[in-house]
Design a protein around this ligand. Structure first.
Ligand code: ATP
Ligand code: MG
Length: 430
């Protein structure tokens, strides 16, 4: 079956859910008619809007998927406001209508993936190159997938997201289908300013990937749906691209003010209303909602929501000695001593540790190419702006690679505005 330049074989079709097969057929028939579009089209069934919940005065509030694609969505509220629930509701309601890619830092949505029978890409078992390939394949075959990042540390989560989203965006034009990219706790991947423990270059690359998703993603059919506890914790370059908002319970003054600006309320109204919202209550604002601004109660979910805090339960009544034997502390201590040599990264020689850290950096490949260019130009060096043109990569990648080289003292950068120059650091020979 042909979709413009893309062809799905019988085998490809057999991998799709029945409803997706129906849609694929309808979509292929639709594509038979000439319909020039600024960005990929969503199937017509989806354009009536999906049922998000009930508005304050009563009546369903619908979310128009076409407009969601144009304006993306940011869901904000304090912990427990109902953001993850809302993402789940949105994913359940759009299942079968549009490809879904869920980026899940807490493993909260695995139950949803299991329910709808789409694959879970385990971030702890694939390296960044493999994650990028998985993302390209998901794009090529229009497959809904969940990227579970719950088993890896922050820095690895950022690197995984950079590779995965980068590949979604880099997909060739014939694979530009509409897709929802739901990212829970988005501030983890694109923290505002220098927040977080990850290395600067890792953070910059992840922020850049999310910014790209929210800006260049539109024409590629990618609709970013991001949830975050505080808009102030999310990089401005990411939050400023959203036109649709769901603002939930907020209790901090600074968040209430920021939320009020976002939905165009005056501060006093926001201070009256936002702190008393219940979990699941949100103020909808933006062109994708059938009624906006309006307060709504997000509807129920059919898959198991696991974001609730565990029930209160008394600790086990037990003596210290019995508890220590349950924990088997003696055995753990012996094992720790025996493994120390093997496990400790610190036991590596210092030079090897540095090399290892360097080659793990996402900007490593670009940094290598920059060193190659600068070596014959030493000691004069080159203008930073020329490097991007010469290497045919964009300025932010050059900046990330230079930041990395700078961290290792490999380059000297003249910090004088537009015509900044960079050269190999004095005394460095390659
Ligand atoms: N629309 C809703 N209807 C009924 N209950 C809800 C709704 N939304 C949230 N809740 C309740 O609130 C709890 C917390 O919701 P949720 O896990 O989505 O919060 P969150 O904003 O994602 O919090 P965190 O930032 O800590 O992840 C849920 O377990 C559920 O009990
Ligand atoms: Mg949550």
């Amino acid at each position: 079956m042909s979709f413009g330049a893309t062809t799905l074989t019988e085998q490809d079709m057999s991998r799709l859910a029945p409803i997706e097969q129906e849609l694929a057929k309808a979509f292929a028939a639709e594509l038979g008619k000439p319909s020039p579009a600024a960005r990929p089209k969503i199937p017509e069934d989806a354009c009536i809007g999906i049922d998000l919940g009930v508005s304050d005065p009563g009546g369903t509030i619908r979310l128009d998927l076409e407009k969601l694609l144009d304006g993306r969505l940011l869901v904000q509220g304090t912990s427990g406001a109902g953001k993850s629930w809302t993402l789940r509701r949105l994913l359940e309601q759009t299942h079968g209508l549009v490809q879904q890619i869920v980026i899940d830092p807490e493993g909260e949505f695995v139950s949803l993936a299991r329910h709808f029978d789409y694959p879970v890409v385990d971030g702890s078992r694939l390296d960044t190159a493999a994650l990028a390939t998985a993302a390209s394949r998901a794009r090529e075959h229009r497959l809904s997938v969940l990227l579970d990042l719950s088993q890896i540390d922050r820095e690895a989560q950022m690197q995984g997201v950079t590779a995965f989203i980068g590949a979604l965006i880099a997909a060739p034009r014939e694979h530009w289908h509409p897709a929802l990219i739901a990212i829970d706790e988005a501030h983890i991947f694109a923290p505002f300013g220098g927040a977080g423990l990850a290395a600067t270059s890792v953070r910059q690359a992840a922020t850049h990937a999310l910014t790209d998703l929210m800006s260049r993603g539109r024409k590629r059919g990618l609709a970013g749906v991001l949830a975050t506890q505080r808009i102030a914790r999310l990089a401005k370059s990411v939050s400023s691209e959203a036109l649709n908002f769901l603002i939930g319970l907020n209790t901090l003054d600074i968040d209430i003010r920021r939320a009020a600006e976002t939905i165009g309320w005056d501060a006093s109204k926001a201070f009256d209303r936002l702190p008393i919202l219940q979990p699941g209550d949100f103020v909808a604002s933006g062109p994708a909602f059938s009624l906006a601004p309006a307060t709504l109660r997000v509807g129920p979910v059919e898959t198991r929501h696991i974001g609730a805090r565990p029930e209160m339960i008394a600790p086990t009544a037990i003596s210290a000695a019995d508890a220590a034997s349950l924990l088997d502390l003696d055995e753990l201590q012996t094992a720790s001593q025996a493994d120390e040599e093997v496990r400790s990264e610190q036991s590596l020689p210092v030079g090897m540790r540095a090399v290892r850290a360097f080659i793990r950096e996402p900007a490593f490949a670009d940094a290598g190419r920059i060193l190659e260019v600068l070596t014959p130009l030493s000691p004069q060096g080159a203008a930073v702006s020329d490097l991007a043109d010469y290497l045919s990569i964009d300025g932010s990648r050059v900046a990330a690679a230079l930041a990395l080289l700078d961290t290792y003292g490999a380059v000297d950068i003249d910090d004088v505005g537009e015509g900044r120059a960079v050269r190999l650091a004095k005394g460095l020979t390659l």
